[in-house]
Ligand binder design. Structure first.
Ligand SMILES: *[C@@H]1O[C@H](CO)[C@@H](O)[C@H](O)[C@H]1NC(C)=O
Ligand SMILES: *[C@@H]1O[C@H](CO)[C@@H](O)[C@H](O)[C@H]1NC(C)=O
Ligand SMILES: *[C@@H]1O[C@H](CO)[C@@H](O)[C@H](O)[C@H]1NC(C)=O
Ligand SMILES: *[C@@H]1O[C@H](CO)[C@@H](O)[C@H](O)[C@H]1NC(C)=O
Ligand SMILES: *[C@@H]1O[C@H](CO)[C@@H](O)[C@H](O)[C@H]1NC(C)=O
Ligand SMILES: *[C@@H]1O[C@H](CO)[C@@H](O)[C@H](O)[C@H]1NC(C)=O
Length: 326
């Protein structure tokens, strides 16, 4: 009986290996990856006797080369550090490890071996240590998402050397230091910049005014100084969230670009009055509450359709939707 089942087992494994498309090096790296993460239940279909291109979860083989091009482990019960074996998947273009609350430790240098990587999403984990400067060596990266982790240290200036970066999301970490001056000149495209919910300090570097940012979110930091140089008629800003910082400047003469649709300035120390030009914009969101603004709310556009809470707690803003000016 035992020998009979052994016979069938051998027959089965032979036929499996004859048609196996999975690259043996990729399989080895993936099995090591699984073991390092404590053989989580979610990866139960990852077995040596099955073609890795047929595994149920989390991997994708290239249709012709059959090399692993995508690894996506999300919402799984994994614990431990990011295994260095992930670096032994040289054809990887997408690496997603997300919503893994027990994934801890630093982002390993082994990631620098993934030279074809385009998407690196490591958001909603408990990763610690720095945002590694070595990410700048991955020239094909177009989307970095490291948000919702415990990353510390400062933002590496070298990230501006990435020629294809479309999005940089470092929000909801514990990053300190200043926004790098180098971010005033990206090697290629200008990325959407999401740096909110950190502990960044200092002013926004003037160099950023030379760039065509469309999206910038630096809310809930400890940034200070003036941001008006990011606006102006030539700016292409669409979404700007500067809320809950210590920005302090005169808003009166700021000219906002026609492209602007969402502007959040709440909880700063902004003074002066609201420029009349605001009424000409097609704003979907405006919040200037909790500042030191004064004078009448410009009439027209959507200005009177916003709620009072979007204007309240200022020095002496007045007129609809706030009480009439005296
Ligand atoms: C998660 O994995 C650990 C072992 O690593 C196990 O003790 C625990 O029961 C698992 N939790 C769930 C919800 O499967
Ligand atoms: C990090 O771990 C803590 C406790 O261990 C947990 O409460 C928190 O939700 C985790 N964070 C994330 C983003 O999963
Ligand atoms: C991450 O930070 C949270 C909040 O400070 C903390 O509760 C949690 O223990 C940290 N997790 C790790 C793995 O350090
Ligand atoms: C990046 O992370 C943020 C916060 O978790 C999330 O809102 C956003 O959708 C993420 N983007 C991707 C592509 O996962
Ligand atoms: C910003 O856009 C303007 C007009 O579209 C262009 O002339 C300028 O070169 C751009 N600046 C940068 C730094 O890309
Ligand atoms: C505007 O911001 C303030 C302060 O954060 C908040 O209380 C208020 O609800 C916001 N208004 C709207 C409509 O989101």
């Amino acid at each position: 009986m035992a020998s009979l089942s052994l016979f069938f087992f051998l027959l089965f494994s032979l036929s499996a290996s004859a048609s196996e498309r999975c690259n043996p090096n990729d399989k080895k790296a993936l099995l090591q990856f699984k073991e390092s993460l404590g053989n989580p239940y979610d990866l139960i279909s990852w077995t040596p006797d099955q073609d890795c291109c047929n595994w149920f979860c989390c991997v994708e083989c290239h249709p012709t080369t059959h090399r692993i091009v995508s690894l996506d482990v999300s919402y799984a019960n994994v614990s431990g550090h990011i295994p260095p074996s992930v670096g032994d998947l040289p054809y990887l273009e997408t690496l997603i490890l997300r919503k893994l609350p027990k994934l801890t430790g630093p982002i390993p240098p082994a990631i620098t071996k993934l030279t074809r990587l385009k998407m690196l999403w490591l958001n909603w984990n408990n990763l610690s240590g720095p945002v590694p400067p070595f990410l700048a060596t991955l020239r094909n990266l177009d989307y970095i998402n490291l948000s919702f982790n415990n990353l510390t240290g400062s933002i590496p200036p070298s990230l501006s050397q990435l020629p294809n970066l479309g999005y940089l999301r470092l929000d909801r970490n514990k990053l300190t230091g200043t926004i790098p001056k180098s971010f005033g000149k990206f090697a290629g495209t200008v990325p959407g910049l999401y740096l909110s919910h950190n502990q960044l300090t200092g002013p926004i570097p003037k160099s950023l005014g030379d760039l065509n940012f469309t999206d910038i979110d630096v809310s809930r930091n400890k940034l200070s100084g003036d941001v008006s140089f990011l606006f102006g008629p030539k700016s292409v800003l669409q979404f700007a969230d500067f809320s809950r910082n210590m920005f302090e400047f005169d808003l009166t003469k700021v000219v906002f670009p026609a492209s602007l649709t969402r502007l959040d300035l709440n909880h700063n120390k902004i003074y002066g009055s609201l420029p009349k030009g605001l009424a000409a914009l097609e704003l979907q969101l405006l919040n200037v509450s909790y500042n030191r603004l004064c004078g009448p709310i410009p009439v027209g556009g959507r200005m009177q359709r916003f709620e009072a809470t979007e204007y309240f707690h200022n020095r002496c803003l007045c007129g609809a939707p706030l009480p009439a000016c005296k």
